[in-house]
Ligand binder design. Structure first.
Ligand SMILES: Cc1cc2nc3c(=O)[nH]c(=O)nc-3n(C[C@H](O)[C@H](O)[C@H](O)COP(=O)(O)O)c2cc1C
Length: 141
């Protein structure tokens, strides 16, 4: 069987979401899935050509209790995605208080470009919990 591939694309201001992206890649590697981790700034459309999974990540921006949304730089990145991407899609974010409308808004910007995200991962400190790992197991099966 061919090795499965994942693209993990993140936006991070202070490094927490970058760490989370790396943790996801590390876990996928243990499961035999090869990942390429890229920031939205360095993203190139070749990064998502011929991958089985795409993980889109962004830090949670908002008013802490309400109105969570991806950062405008991430929105800009989502707008540049033109393909009808066939890879299975996952979302991830880091936050402090609550993610609220974050995933709903990320999905809004990806609508019509990717398959609807079947996995949503969140973390306060960028660590991948056992619960997160179990969700990934179900997602990649
Ligand atoms: C301007 C600003 C707005 C934020 N809004 C929220 C919010 O609405 N909800 C929340 O839980 N965390 C919020 N946070 C916390 C960040 O989402 C959190 O610290 C995140 O892990 C930062 O990721 P990064 O280290 O990858 O930049 C906010 C942080 C900043 C700087």
């Amino acid at each position: 069987m061919e090795t499965k591939k994942a693209a993990i694309i993140y936006q991070s201001k202070r490094g927490t979401t970058q760490k989370y992206a790396a943790e996801i890649a590390f876990y996928l590697k243990k499961k035999g899935i090869e990942s390429k981790v890229t920031s939205v700034q360095k993203f190139n459309s070749n990064d998502i050509a011929a991958v089985d999974y795409i993980f889109f990540g962004c830090w949670t921006s908002g008013l802490f209790f309400i109105l969570q949304h991806p950062d405008k730089e991430w929105i800009q990145f989502a707008k540049t995605l033109s393909q009808n991407l066939t890879a299975k899609t996952a979302l991830f974010t880091t936050y402090k208080i609550r993610t609220g409308s974050m995933f709903r808004n990320m999905k809004k910007y990806l609508q019509g470009k990717t398959h609807e995200a079947k996995l949503q991962l969140q973390s306060r400190n960028g660590e991948l919990t056992e619960f997160n790992k179990n969700l990934i197991d179900l997602f990649v099966d």
